[in-house]
Design a protein around this ligand. Structure first.
Ligand code: ARG
Length: 295
């Protein structure tokens, strides 16, 4: 499997809606506007394409409203997809659809042992050669240890303590192997200490932007795509040489998701050390992915 540019999996929101409540953002009495959700999703999709991403699409399925959140389809490592084992029954029907897509697109699908909860790239993010993982609300530590054993990498489990930030990608966003965006109050004290010890630069997000899903950003080289309403983070990013791109995603926040949740990087996140070994010629240059040659 060869990728010649950042490649992202998305799923159109044809059947998206608030049909159940599995996190504090979701309320059946606050339904989403499907026309607006469609427009917001399309704008995100088009923005990613304008930033040189190759966007692949999954077929939406009636009755699986959260299938749009492809970050939870699984964790990608080289050509393997570690499939999610959702904690909540409402989302468990997604896994067979995800598996079908990965298998049809050349990935080796790996199923975790029964009894382990694991929500894919929503809770597991590579920073350098380490897998940072969120646990306690959706995914479990044994699941993360199992995956790290398969991948043969170090794992750092981080305990999530605020139900609003129930996945790691709602409060932690690797920019590159030494730099992350984080909302530290979403972690227990020990996890906060561990993050500070292991990461050179932490762009901290304040409460009012954390609840706008500031940390739920898509990173494409120096480009960072995020929800609107996060001006302080945008300015911090600019100071560090990144170019932020805000696009409104309020209809998805009603389900507890934003830009990053709506995407899955199929070629590995920019911050993952393995992607450089896997496709050495697709490593980013200073200005994004212009240095790509044929792989
Ligand atoms: N309603 C979905 C859930 O609660 C939202 C998933 C958001 N995905 C993410 N990667 N944070 O599971």
């Amino acid at each position: 499997m060869a990728f010649d540019r950042p490649t992202i999996l998305m799923c159109p929101p044809d059947f998206y809606g608030i049909e159940y409540e599995i996190n504090p953002w979701m309320s059946r009495s606050r339904s989403s506007d499907s026309t607006l959700a469609g427009e917001q999703w399309q704008a995100l999709h088009d923005l990613l394409i304008s930033l040189n991403a190759d966007v692949r699409l999954m077929t939406p399925v009636k009755g699986l409203p959260d299938l749009v959140f492809t970050a939870n389809a699984g964790l990608i490592h080289r050509s393997s997809a570690y499939l999610s084992r959702f904690r909540h029954p409402a989302r468990q029907g997604e896994t067979s659809r995800d598996e079908e897509w990965f298998a049809a697109n050349g990935f080796r699908c790996v199923t975790l042992p029964e009894g382990m909860n694991f929500e894919g790239a929503g809770d597991a993010l590579f920073v350098g050669d380490t897998l940072f993982s969120g646990y306690a609300i959706r995914s479990d530590v044994p699941a993360m240890e199992w995956v790290a054993g398969e991948v043969r990498c170090r794992v750092i489990p981080l305990q999530l303590v605020d139900q609003r930030f129930y996945h790691l990608d709602t409060c932690f966003c690797p920019l590159r192997s030494t730099e992350v965006i984080a909302y530290l109050a979403a972690f227990d004290d020990y996890a906060q200490k561990v993050i500070k010890e292991h990461i050179e630069t932490i762009i901290q997000v304040a409460d009012e932007e954390a609840i706008r899903f500031a940390c739920n950003a898509v990173v494409l080289g120096e480009h960072v795509v995020l929800n609107t309403g996060c001006p302080n983070l945008e300015s911090d990013l600019r100071d560090l040489g990144y170019e932020p791109h805000a696009t409104p995603l309020d209809e998805f926040i009603k389900a507890g998701g934003s830009a990053k949740c709506l995407t899955l990087r199929l070629d590995g996140e920019d911050s993952a050390a393995w992607r450089k070994e896997f496709s050495p010629k697709a490593c980013q240059s200073g200005d994004g992915f212009t240095a790509i040659e044929n792989i």
